[in-house]
Design a protein around this ligand. Structure first.
Ligand code: URA
Length: 188
């Protein structure tokens, strides 16, 4: 089994799909790796591509603000990554073959980190992690137990930038994540 650093080293020159051609940096993921909590988004945007770090643009800052209010911090208690590790041009939704090419890396990350809770940020993450045929508005805030993981989904933070009314709903979803996190820590 690889360490997360070894895996990142292996992945960084990936050319398994067309997205490598236009990337500045591959965005592998970051945060603490001895954690029970993992967040998964869609794919890097322009800021992330430039910096090689996930969720550092406007949407990421909004997410960090909400998470900090719940005492969740990348340097302290969670890991964050994306379904696709390279930026699709113009921030389009990743194509199925791009997501399929990249998913083995996410599976490896999960096997190494062994989170108990995986939070899907937005429809793309929910599609590939929870259910291919569902809508984010239908499943958000619910728990799905699979193979020892607690899976849940909430809106992508970029959706909140477009529609303020989603903020309260996402906040409710994140509070459920916090409650589950505290519950699991108590049991450990
Ligand atoms: N949106 C995502 O889904 N992931 C990022 O890392 C940034 C924006």
């Amino acid at each position: 089994m690889f360490t997360i650093e070894e895996l990142e080293e292996l992945v960084k020159d990936c050319k398994k799909c067309r997205l490598y051609k236009k990337r500045t940096n591959l965005v592998f993921g970051e945060g603490v790796t001895n954690t029970i909590l993992m967040f998964v988004g869609e794919a890097p945007g322009a800021d992330e591509d430039r910096m090689g770090r996930p969720f550092v643009g406007k949407a990421g800052q909004l997410l960090d603000k909400a998470l900090t209010a719940l005492d969740f911090e990348r340097k302290k208690n969670f890991y964050i990554t994306n379904i696709c590790k390279c930026r699709p041009e113009n921030n389009r939704t990743p194509m199925e073959d791009e997501a399929e090419a990249c998913l083995p890396y996410l599976r490896r990350q999960v096997l190494i980190i062994k989170p108990k809770i995986i939070v899907c940020l937005g429809a793309t993450a929910a599609k590939y992690i929870i259910d291919r045929n569902t809508r984010i508005s239908q499943i958000r805030g619910q728990w799905f137990e699979r193979k020892g993981y607690y899976l849940t989904a909430t809106f992508h933070p970029a959706a909140l930038l477009r529609d303020e009314s989603k903020k309260r709903l996402m906040w409710n979803d994140l509070k459920k994540v916090k409650a589950k996190y505290d519950e699991i820590l108590q049991e450990l």
